[in-house]
Design a protein around this ligand. Structure first.
Ligand code: GLC
Length: 799
């Protein structure tokens, strides 16, 4: 007989004392008296995985975030215990687990500094409504600890004092502080005592992170379902933390084709064909470099994916070919919603094969997007992803589209609460059936993944190029991304800067904003300032909604056009430098953009900086974020910096005023850098590179720089056909030596380097290249000379 029908809320529940311990190779199990199991996996000496079960049983171990290629193995593992705790020691970390309450603390081996300690630690609430638990973790914030990362949050770099949630959301015209927006990257880095570690909470449910917001000294994170399953990733350098995180969640599976690092022009929408051509011809006429032109949804027939509006685009194949002949790659948008139309082959096939998402009780998930009522492929099902990949055959192989833009893949649904699927929608989740609560954050990622595989197959032997709006941790393996529907305001220029830095710090470097703003229209000054920032973002595209006027480089008058051209040209000359940074990113997981805290964490001044960042390894950029500026104050990190425009040397470690009228921007080069440059091209491949320029910035001391090159597309580089040059310069008071070490089998077209030497503190007596003196009689003013590319050692000797 049931008398009480009120729900019994038990509140927070906690593990009790540990009664059982077992070790299986690198996995340790601790069981509490009340049935909680902590599974601690030693992934690497510096990476520990904590996984908790409140029932004694774990779910199947499956993750979209973690790649199967993640490094495993450790040098040292020792487990001991005393009366109060278990002590797990690797070559980098010591972890204590308290026998009384399962709480843990983690120390570094080097000097026993406490890195992280549980406050309450793991705890949970039972969720009667949904089943399972709301799983929580709370950690003590250490003295002076600061926090960074978390994907695309439109806020200051330093996250301390704030709370966030991760639930990918279509966020048209978001503002500073809007949360959540398009991405769910449940990974943050922390720093205190010059030691950095990271936390990757690999849980795809709606997750929350609180950085000392609710309680001053407590950092916590929790999820509305699933497991408490997180990785503790140690540095001590923040770059190492990010690199270890991308080792775990993956790096781009290959280099982007070089053209993808060029400038892209987009609008909603360029149509018909004559309009597209008008735009592309104008780029060429005005000599503004551009590599890619985009087709937004209006190229389709009634917004049906994989179709063409033949009235606007009577012969897409011919058009794409003509654009390609003029140096333009065509990129087309593909959304997830498939129009309900029994005459439409993609819809019919999806229906026949049972590929569309369904509601809990059986009906299809029906929702409105651009084409009207749609069904949506369940991209979390492997068979659906394969089908989706195959759908690209015609678009890519036959028509010649070079890249695909995946949008609205949160998935975004119009005119409904929450702007997405209801929670009860079912997903396959690669055989781990679940509701949308669990699959929502990875839906877009799985769409981008399927798109990527389609492109990879049909673009072969060229490299694929994909761009996505929604993302979960790990999406960086497949695609580039942009920051969604921003607005043409000065504040958004600053937000774009923060988001690009934050994405880089969150393991996803190939990111950029809609330059100039998606909604509304910038004035010429804002557009120029945005271009000046955008050319230093790994993904560089102008995009706008188009309903507030045009946003091509030439619509703001000649002054702005000239500024835009000048900065896009700078990007094109720096392509080998950016490409080299990309190579470091794909190989070592080094973020392409480095917020100052990532560049010099030891200098506490950097912990609160927002505007300045390092582009690649050696170039410091600080955007101008206010109208009518003639310059700005900025912080120069410690060390000596050369002003990019006039090569004047400035000592860092303090704030300085830098002049930067509308046609300029504060840009500095780190002393000792060797920066490779290509000639200006209207598009990648326009010119045969017959000389590589190397700008050398003298430093008293030693510094090395790399230049990576390959055939700019294709996969030959994976077989060793790349060229990696390592240059070391050693500057002394009366000499400068540059040594080159080359590896890789790729033979570059050019035979010579053109050296430009800046900042030499002495007059030259002679220059000796591999024991032979070169003619310096013509050197006058700027020190410029040519050297064969095979040289090993170059000496510049003072008079
Ligand atoms: C979404 C996208 C935007 C695109 C538009 C039309 O708003 O974020 O970039 O232009 O849809 O496809």
């Amino acid at each position: 007989m049931i008398l009480n029908t009120e729900l019994e809320y038990k509140g927070d529940l906690f593990p009790s004392k540990i009664v059982f311990y077992k070790k299986h190779v690198n996995v340790l199990y601790f069981k509490s008296e009340n049935g909680v199991v902590l599974q601690l996996t030693i992934e690497r000496d510096s990476v520990l995985r904590f996984r908790y079960s409140t029932t004694g049983m774990f779910e199947k171990d499956f993750s979209y975030g973690v790649t199967m290629h993640a490094s495993k193995g450790y040098n040292h593992l020792e487990i001991t215990e005393d009366d109060n705790k278990y002590i797990i020691t690797t070559s980098k970390l010591i972890c204590h687990i308290s026998k009384l309450d399962m709480r843990k603390s983690i120390f570094n081996v080097k000097d026993n500094t406490l890195l992280s300690a549980d406050e309450i630690g793991f705890h949970w609430e039972e969720s009667y409504e949904m089943g399972g638990d709301i799983v929580k973790m709370s950690l003590k914030s250490q003295q002076g600890e600061n926090y960074y990362g978390l994907g695309d949050k439109p806020v200051d770099n330093n996250l301390k004092g704030k709370r966030f949630q991760n639930w990918v959301t279509d966020s048209f015209a978001y503002v500073r502080g809007t949360d959540p927006i398009y991405k769910a990257i449940p990974f943050y880095t922390a720093i205190h005592n010059n030691l950095s570690y990271g936390v990757f909470f690999d849980n795809t449910f709606r997750t929350y992170f609180d950085f000392c917001h609710e309680r001053r000294n407590i950092t916590s994170f929790w999820a509305e379902g699933g497991e408490m399953n997180y990785y503790f990733i140690y540095g001590p350098e923040m770059t190492e933390v990010v690199s270890n995180y991308t080792d775990l969640t993956g790096r781009p599976q290959h280099m982007p084709p070089l053209w993808a690092l060029g400038f892209h022009q987009c609008k909603w929408s360029y149509y018909p064909e004559s309009n597209v051509k008008e735009i592309t011809s104008k780029f060429r006429k005005l000599q503004i470099p551009c590599d890619a032109i985009y087709l937004d949804i209006d190229y389709m027939e009634g917004f049906r994916c994989f179709t063409w509006n033949r009235e606007y685009f009577p012969d897409p194949k011919r058009m794409v070919k003509e654009l390609a002949d003029d140096g333009f790659k065509t990129i087309a948008i593909i959304d997830p919603g498939i129009k309900i139309d029994h005459e439409y082959s993609v819809f019919k096939e999806g229906l026949e094969k049972d590929y569309f998402c369904k509601r809990a009780d059986g009906p299809y998930m029906k929702g409105k997007v651009w084409p009207g009522e749609c069904y949506f492929p369940d991209f979390t099902k492997p068979e659906v992803r394969e089908w989706w990949s195959e759908l690209f055959k015609e678009l890519i192989e036959d028509i010649g589209i070079a890249g695909v833009w995946n949008d609205m893949n949160e998935p975004a649904i119009m005119d409904v609460p929450g702007k997405t699927f209801p929670d009860d929608v079912r997903h396959d989740y690669d055989g781990n059936r679940c509701s949308h609560r669990k699959a929502h954050n990875v839906y877009g990622m799985q769409m981008a993944r399927a798109t990527y595989h389609g492109l990879k197959k049909f673009s072969y032997p060229k490299r694929p190029f994909v761009i996505t709006r929604s993302a979960y941790s790990g999406t960086q393996r497949y695609t580039s991304t942009w920051t969604g529907d921003n607005v043409a305001t000065w504040d958004h220029l600053s937000i774009a800067n923060l988001q690009a830095q934050r994405m880089s710090m969150s393991g996803f470097s190939f990111a950029g904003s809609d330059i100039g703003g998606f909604a509304e229209q910038p004035n010429g000054e804002l557009f120029a300032r945005w271009i000046q920032l955008g050319v230093f973002h790994p993904f560089c595209r102008v995009h706008s909604s188009g309903d507030h006027g045009d946003q091509e480089p030439w619509v703001f008058g000649k002054t702005v056009t000239d500024i835009v051209r000048k900065f896009i040209e700078i990007r094109y000359t720096l392509l080998p430098y950016l490409y080299t940074s990309f190579w470091r990113y794909t190989n070592e997981g080094i973020p392409i953009l480095k917020s100052l805290v990532l560049f010099d964490q030891e200098d506490a001044n950097t912990h609160y900086r927002n505007d300045e960042f390092i582009f690649g390894e050696k170039i410091l950029v600080c955007p101008i974020l206010e109208p009518n500026s003639k310059g700005r104050r900025m912080y120069l990190p410690k060390g000596k910096w050369y002003n990019f425009w006039n090569q004047i040397i400035v000592e860092g470690g303090e704030e300085v005023w830098v002049d930067a009228d509308i046609d300029s921007l504060p840009i500095f080069v780190k002393e000792g850098a060797i920066i490779p440059k290509y000639p200006i091209q209207q598009y990648v491949g326009e010119k045969i590179i017959d000389e590589l320029e190397l700008d050398v910035y003298y430093k008293l001391g030693k510094e090395s720089s790399e230049v990576y090159e390959d055939s700019q597309d294709g996969y030959d580089y994976k077989k060793g056909r790349y060229s990696l040059r390592n240059f070391t310069q050693v500057g002394k008071e009366k000499s400068l030596t540059i040594r080159q070490f080359k590896s890789g089998k790729f033979i570059t077209n050019y035979n010579t380097f053109k050296f430009n030497i800046y900042g030499l503190p002495f007059k030259i007596d002679k220059i000796v290249v591999d024991n032979e003196e070169i003619d310096i009689s013509k050197i006058n003013g700027v020190i410029t000379f040519e050297v064969v590319k095979e040289f090993r050692e170059l000496y510049i000797i003072a008079k």
